[in-house]
Design a protein around this ligand. Structure first.
Ligand SMILES: N[C@@H](CCC(=O)N[C@@H](CS)C(=O)NCC(=O)O)C(=O)O
Length: 204
């Protein structure tokens, strides 16, 4: 992990797993902001996240982790806000305070109330449905082409590929805006099928 020369690399490093939706969020932001980064694959199936080296970066043992010089930040939401403040190009947050709050609320709903439950079976599905229903309702008065209007901001939910259950079609707004996001190059580049560690059989 260390360069061994004592020099701190200037290039951003992202510890990521191709299928991880949390990593994908950060990959999208890096692409939208046009930031070049080194992709460091953490194979969650092989348990790379539990290695002592990785646990030094994130004691929780989760991807994504961003390393900027000698600064380390974990958790996709924290990383997105860090990138937003450091690299203002292509803002991930609207200027309007209320729309910013809406983006915080929807992004947190996804990362706290939907994503952690995704891998559980029946119980998870009930809560995910609840989360999607709340998100659909929340965006009702704000959605334009994208989640909170006609510009691309922080809020982005899972593409179909990330969901184990076929709930998407129950939510017309979520389905419609998902199609719009899918047209964007930054989103396509960040998808699981296009990562350096994507196995050949899963390549887009
Ligand atoms: N709140 C965290 C959650 C991170 C998270 O759940 N990461 C998953 C992949 S999406 C992970 O690394 N899981 C490894 C494991 O469960 O061992 C974030 O948004 O970054």
């Amino acid at each position: 992990m260390a360069s061994g020369t004592g020099e701190v690399s200037k290039k951003l490093k992202l510890y990521s797993y191709w299928r991880s939706s949390c990593s994908c969020r950060v990959r999208i932001a890096l692409k939208l902001k046009g930031l070049d980064y080194e992709y460091i694959a953490i194979n969650l199936l092989k348990g790379d996240q539990k290695s002592p080296e990785f646990l030094k970066l994130n004691p929780l043992g989760y991807v994504p982790v961003l390393v900027d010089g000698d600064f380390v930040v974990a958790d996709s939401f924290a990383i997105l806000l860090y990138l937003e403040e450091k690299y203002p190009q292509h803002p991930l947050l609207p200027k309007d305070l209320q729309k910013r709050a809406l983006n915080y609320q929807a992004a947190n709903l996804i990362s706290a109330n939907i994503q952690p439950l995704r891998n559980l079976l029946v119980l998870g599905q009930t809560h995910i449905r609840k989360g999607f229903a709340a998100l659909e309702k929340l965006l009702e008065n704000y959605a334009g082409k994208y989640a909170t209007g006609n510009e691309v901001f922080l809020v982005r939910f899972f593409p179909r590929a990330f969901i184990n259950i076929s709930v998407y079609s129950e939510y017309p707004i979520l389905s419609r805006i998902n199609e719009a996001y899918k047209e964007l190059r930054a989103f396509q580049d960040a998808m699981p099928g296009n990562q350096p560690d994507t196995p050949p059989e899963a390549r887009a």
